[in-house]
Design a binder for this molecule. Structure first.
Ligand code: CP
Ligand code: NVA
Length: 305
């Protein structure tokens, strides 16, 4: 039966561990220029309703590395953009390709696609989750702190898609997360409840200081996610005081790393000296998108797996 990854919790703890081990192996092979064509003849369709740099490049290069190919499809150029139904597009695409990655405004669009698709569907970011980002994030955290169950994460910023997947991922890794948001920008209650119900250690606070205090990982994301541009002015005002600067980083553990999914807005959610500073791992994090997603593609699309 086909598997989809619409949420980070579509993986089990064991699957996540194996997938990250495989990602590390693929990373080593790529760095040693050892070919690893594990998906010959396979095609991934990539449907984008929103902009992308990392997701598009890493999936496209990833499929090429694996001996397959990827199709970039701008939703606006497809018949979806003129009202063709998702359920028809999903059934048509399933006749041509071996897997589909979708970046959509509404999570429901991806859920609907997966319901009608007979090939694996990957969430490439929705308003609710960004599971591919979190695979790369956990891979990056493991490179610095191999004992994930001892890791304390501090998030200061928007309780958005990236934050949601990070919260849910604690169920699989045992990491502890404290999330600080201004009032009105908390992660959805259903996400926090789901994580807690399944054993996740999640704490919501108001002040960024409490979130980052003694944390091994300090993370944030843009204050103005794609689709919220109309709220820009109100958001910039609401998030005042949430900028990750040197003072805030100084409250974290001395060996703390700074993470951001990118794109970043220097002077807003993070200062230039932090993102360019010694603790910043944002470019390793971006690179790991490639390795983690290649492992995911092999997991979902390899014959007989
Ligand atoms: N982090 C991330 O998903 O980046 P893109 O929007 O550039 O794909
Ligand atoms: N939260 C951001 C992530 C971008 C990769 C957004 O949704 O725009």
């Amino acid at each position: 039966m086909k598997r989809d990854i619409l949420s980070i919790l579509d993986l089990t703890e064991g699957e996540l561990r194996n997938l990250l081990d495989e990602a590390e192996r693929l990373k080593r092979m790529r760095k040693s220029a050892i070919p690893h064509p594990l998906l010959p003849g396979k095609t991934l369709a990539m449907i984008f309703e929103k902009s992308s740099t990392r997701t598009r490049i890493s999936f496209e290069v990833g499929m090429a590395d694996l001996g397959g190919c990827a199709l970039f499809l701008n939703a606006q150029d497809m018949q979806i953009g003129r009202g063709e139904e998702i359920r028809d597009t999903a059934r048509v695409a399933s006749r041509y390709v071996s897997g589909v990655m979708i970046r959509a405004y509404r999570h429901d669009t991806i859920t609907e696609f997966s319901r009608y698709s007979s090939v694996p569907v990957i969430n490439g970011l929705s308003d609710l989750e960004h599971p591919c980002q979190i695979l790369a994030d956990i891979m990056t955290i493991r490179e610095h702190f191999p004992r994930l169950e001892e890791v304390r994460l501090g998030w200061a910023g928007d309780g958005n898609n990236v934050c949601n997947s990070l919260i849910l991922s604690t169920v699989l890794t045992g990491m502890e997360i404290t999330v600080a948001t201004p009032k009105g920008f908390e992660p959805p209650a259903k996400v926090v409840e789901m994580a807690k119900k399944r054993g996740g250690k999640v704490t919501l606070v108001r002040d960024p200081e409490s979130a980052v205090w003694d944390a091994h990982v300090v993370a944030t994301d843009t204050w103005v996610s794609m689709g919220t541009e109309k709220e820009r002015e109100a958001r910039l005002k609401a998030f005042k005081g949430f900028t990750i600067d040197k003072k805030l980083m100084g409250m974290a553990s001395p060996d703390a790393i700074f993470m951001h999914c990118l794109p970043a807005h220097r002077g807003q959610e993070v200062t230039d000296d932090v993102i360019e500073g010694p603790g910043s791992v944002v470019f390793d994090e971006a690179e790991n998108r490639l390795h983690a997603q290649k492992a995911l593609l092999v997991f979902l699309m390899k014959d007989g797996e």
